[in-house]
Design a protein around this ligand. Structure first.
Ligand SMILES: [Zn+2]
Ligand SMILES: [Zn+2]
Length: 233
């Protein structure tokens, strides 16, 4: 784009902070305030398997099927609100911001893994028609593009109206039992599984289990946000 055209475009469609909407100078960048305030996951203290800070590690309570889980942000404060707008209020312009940070996380923390492709947690058709989109698929497409990997629709969700909201950890694992199935043979594939938020890991675990049962060699997860057991703000 010529300088004049990009100037006109930046006036007509200014870049805004994905968390607070303040006008910023660059696409998918936080404003200075949100940059300071946003809570990032610290890769130096995370458990390699469940992805949580080591002091909150869940691996004693659950044997997860996935090989690892990483996320750029904690599920709290301003970024939690931004995710809520993306997920429930059609603020789809935030997808680029989340995907960019997730791809960065994958590049850093799964440096030695050679992925065959990216897949995502599916939504039942009825739920997808109600919402109009599957936010995990949108994130997977963004991440795959940045990592130059293909994105595959590998899983199907067998029941509608299954919400994990308001359930405790034990109930969440029970709730997703038998909920997903793999669509094809995945022999020897190493996959990156994408979801919006990891809360207990029950959904990712149920999906990873089916991908492995279909022959996948390894499943590594990335989500935009990750909850620990810490109190939400
Ligand atoms: Zn901001
Ligand atoms: Zn752990």
């Amino acid at each position: 784009m010529s300088t004049a055209l990009s100037l006109i475009s930046s006036v007509l469609h200014p870049y805004t902070c994905p968390c607070c909407g303040t006008i910023t100078g660059a696409e998918d960048e936080l404003c200075d305030y949100c940059h300071e305030m946003i809570e990032r996951c610290d890769p130096a203290v995370r458990c390699m398997r469940c992805g949580l800070d080591k002091k909150l590690c869940q691996c004693k309570r659950h044997v997860f099927h996935f090989d690892g889980c990483v996320a750029p942000f904690k599920n709290s404060g301003i970024v939690r609100k931004a995710m809520h707008r993306f997920k429930f209020r059609r603020k789809l312009s935030s997808a680029g911001f989340f995907a960019k940070n997730m791809a960065f996380c994958v590049k850093n923390e799964y440096r030695d893994i050679k992925f065959d492709g990216v897949c995502f947690v599916p939504m039942h058709l009825k739920n997808r028609l109600m919402r109009g989109y599957n936010q995990s698929r949108i994130l997977a497409e963004g991440v795959a593009k940045l990592l130059r990997l293909p994105v595959y629709d590998l899983l199907c969700c067998k029941r509608s109206g299954v919400s994990q909201h308001n359930l405790n950890e034990k109930q969440r694992f029970k709730n997703v039992k038998g909920l997903y199935s793999a669509k094809c043979d995945l022999s020897g594939k190493v996959l990156l599984l994408v979801d919006d938020i990891k809360t207990t890991g029950a959904t990712l675990d149920a999906c990873a289990k089916q991908l492995l049962a279909a022959g996948a060699d390894g499943v590594y997860c990335v989500t935009a946000l990750m909850s620990g057991k810490e109190k939400r703000k």
